[in-house]
Design a protein around this ligand. Structure first.
Ligand code: 13P
Ligand code: SF4
Length: 336
């Protein structure tokens, strides 16, 4: 990940010459963030896994596909991305002329980290007859080595855009890849990567919860492991899970994904009960530690100083853009 590039106006430096990172406790951060966004023509894009306060002040909240689509069409001068690094990087790939900033540059992703470009390049070279479909949760280096990108919202239609006889490598998420293999009848070669949050759910505890709450439906993200998906009543991306709870008539849901999504579910359906699926130990492991590095305070400082900023090598950006454009084109044709 690139270092924070500190090039800022003198007014943002304190007496010692350091960037002023203090937040006045008397400030109404919601109001200040709204004011600065307007003043600087900033669009604030937030993933559903962000903390509730950030979601409440965002201009757009969405899943990875929705966020990429918003980033592509925004007329704002600055994109403030409340999500993880690969998401902000995708926004930069789509908007080379805009400033893209992120509250915490260290907000990474275990899934993205599980697929280092040099190893993946070798793997790809070992299978020259395969095309590469990569899940958007990967670095620009992996995107540049891919033929088309997908998200959990469009993975099925992206894979089905290739003829059945076409050999495919799917990277980096083995769980999403296995799920797509199952529902399409394909036999894609899977990279051995996974998300630390979605692999943590306990089948035993979820099964017990289902027994204790017989009316509750289990809804799961396809990054979960197969035994969880097998007993799920509905499987979908974060946006699809949210829509399901808005339209379905059940009164209660066990939600097997990151807990941030519960904020919108409760807001949209306050009369329903949402139970976070339990992890296989006692910690709050279904909170993504990367997503949760962003806080309202960091977001305010980021907006004020326009730092840290995403910078990219232009050659890499151009290569990484091609498979993202393909994904956006296929999705638009499918009405997504
Ligand atoms: P979606 O945004 O596609 O639902 O993926 C969830 C996720 O893990 C993002 O990091
Ligand atoms: Fe990565 Fe998983 Fe966190 Fe999403 S939830 S950012 S896939 S570690």
């Amino acid at each position: 990940m690139p270092d924070i590039h500190i090039a800022t106006a003198e007014k943002n430096l304190n007496k010692a010459g350091f960037l002023d990172l203090q937040v006045d406790p008397a400030l109404d951060l919601f109001e200040e963030i709204r004011r600065l966004k307007k003043e600087k023509n900033v669009v604030l894009l937030a993933h559903y896994y962000q903390e509730a306060d950030i979601q409440d002040v965002a201009d757009y909240i969405g899943d990875s596909l929705g966020l990429a689509q918003q980033a592509e069409k925004t007329k704002a001068d600055i994109i403030l991305f409340a999500g993880v690094h690969f998401m902000a990087e995708t926004a930069k790939i789509l908007n080379p002329g805009k400033k893209v900033i992120i509250p915490d540059l260290k907000a990474g992703c275990s899934l993205s980290d599980s697929c280092p470009p040099p190893l993946f390049k070798k793997f790809r070279e070992e299978h020259p007859d395969h095309v590469v479909v990569s899940y958007i949760n990967c670095s620009a280096g992996i995107k540049a080595l891919s033929d088309v990108i997908c998200t959990s919202s469009n993975a099925k239609i992206i894979v089905e855009s290739f003829p059945p006889e076409q050999p495919i490598i799917f990277a980096p998420d083995k769980n999403l890849g296995a799920y797509i293999n199952k529902i399409t009848g394909r036999n894609m070669l899977l990279w051995n990567g996974a998300c630390m949050v979605h692999e943590i759910f306990s089948l035993e505890k979820i099964s017990r919860l289902k027994k204790e709450n017989p009316g509750a439906k289990l809804i799961a993200h396809p990054e979960c492991e197969d035994p969880i998906l097998k007993i799920a009543d509905f499987i979908g991306s974060t946006t699809q899970l949210l829509k399901y709870t808005q339209q379905d008539s059940s009164r209660a849901y066990i939600v097997a994904t990151e807990t941030g999504i519960l904020h919108q579910m409760i807001k949209d359906s306050p009369e329903k009960t949402f139970i976070p699926a339990p992890p296989d130990n006692a910690c709050a492991c279904n909170d993504c530690p990367h997503m949760k590095l962003n806080t309202l305070e960091k977001l305010y400082i980021c907006l004020k100083h326009e730092l840290p900023e995403i910078h990219m090598d232009e050659d890499l950006r151009l290569k990484a853009r091609i498979p993202i454009d393909r994904m956006l084109e296929i999705s638009a044709k499918a009405g997504l």
